[in-house]
Design a binder for this molecule. Structure first.
Ligand SMILES: Nc1ncnc2c1ncn2[C@@H]1O[C@H](COP(=O)(O)OP(=O)(O)OP(=O)(O)O)[C@@H](O)[C@H]1O
Length: 317
């Protein structure tokens, strides 16, 4: 693994008596696309703000590119788009682009930034405050790119965007990832994290409750079942031995002893086993010779499972 571009060591953030980020440690490697996922109030934005040097950790250490986040050299290498879309009133889009470029030692060419806004040429001479909410976001995205940053931070970047603009946005993020940029974004949407990120860090109540590839995270929250009958029909052949009959009698005990089972239901003559890993459980069933038939493997609706998880995780007010 390449050296981390961001490192948080035992970081906590407290507002008054409330610990909103609680002793988290993590490392983000160069070129990764990381989604910080979690319900409202989980501490996602606070954590991102500490990475940006916009909020100071109450305790612990935050380093970006080996330095404090608010170091000038670090600031020149990061691009940021926060939730609150603010544009500079009174200036045209072109004037804002020119001003923001001037902050950086090696900015992107103005034409390139204009193109990144996705705005028609006529709108580039408009005052930014006259743009729509979605257009302001697109402008902010382009401005985040102005310094040709190594690391990009997006706080809930697609809120308020229509589906077409949203699609364009993620396409650009994919391109940036291919160029080797490190991208960190917060979101409430598992499907966004799943489609775009190569790593998901799941937050709840100021702590990291899961951290892994989208596949790992999804496996942890998707409801999967293997169901089957344990009919005696397969033992009505002529050559039924006493041992086989005994195994029928014992079948329930054998099922109860299976590893990787999170729950067992019995419904309409079928066993329904809940598991995180249907492949492994199926292998156990077969290897142990448990006499089952009409096996069905089902994966519950991921969205439903995630919605339930988010609901159960919501901050108690
Ligand atoms: N400046 C502040 N002063 C006091 N409390 C704050 C401040 N900023 C955030 N908080 C509290 O910290 C907690 C975490 O907030 P944060 O914005 O980090 O959550 P989040 O996961 O980004 O939520 P959301 O998805 O709603 O944006 C919340 O309870 C919030 O009310």
């Amino acid at each position: 693994m390449s050296s981390p571009v961001i490192k948080l060591e035992q970081v906590s953030k407290r507002y008054g008596n409330k610990e909103v980020v609680n002793n988290i440690s993590l490392e983000i490697s160069r070129g990764s696309v990381v989604a910080i996922l979690g319900p409202n109030g989980a501490g996602k934005t606070t954590t991102m703000k500490m990475m940006l040097g916009l909020s100071t950790a109450t305790s612990g250490l935050v380093t970006v590119l080996g330095q404090k986040p608010n170091h000038t050299q670090v600031r020149q290498k990061i691009g940021v788009m926060l939730q609150d879309v603010s544009v500079m009133d009174g200036l045209t889009v072109r004037e804002i682009i020119s001003m923001v470029r001037s902050y950086y030692p090696a900015p992107l060419h103005a034409d390139h930034i204009e193109e990144l806004t996705g705005l028609p040429p006529a709108d580039l001479n408009k005052r930014a405050e006259k743009l729509s909410g979605g257009q302001k976001r697109s402008l902010n995205f382009a401005l985040a790119m102005a310094g040709n940053p190594e690391i990009l931070f997006f706080d809930e970047p697609t809120v308020g965007l229509d589906s077409e603009t949203r699609r364009h946005f993620w396409e650009r993020i994919r391109q940036l990832a291919q160029e080797g940029k490190t991208v960190i974004f917060t979101t409430h949407y598992l499907h966004e994290a799943d489609e775009i990120a190569d790593r998901i860090i799941l937050f709840n109540r100021g702590t990291i409750v899961a951290d892994g590839t989208p596949g790992n995270i999804k496996a942890g929250i998707t409801i999967r079942t293997i169901s089957f009958s344990t009919t005696h029909s397969m033992f009505t052949n002529d050559d039924v031995s006493n041992t086989e009959m005994a195994s029928v009698v014992d079948v329930r005990a054998q099922i109860e002893e299976l590893p990787d089972v999170d729950g067992i239901e019995y419904h309409k003559d079928r066993y329904i086993l809940h598991t995180k890993n249907t492949d492994v459980l199926l292998r156990h069933l077969i290897e142990r010779g448990i006499p089952v038939s009409d096996i069905r493997i089902e994966t519950g609706q991921l969205d439903d499972a995630y919605a339930n998880l988010m609901e159960s995780m919501k901050e108690e007010i």
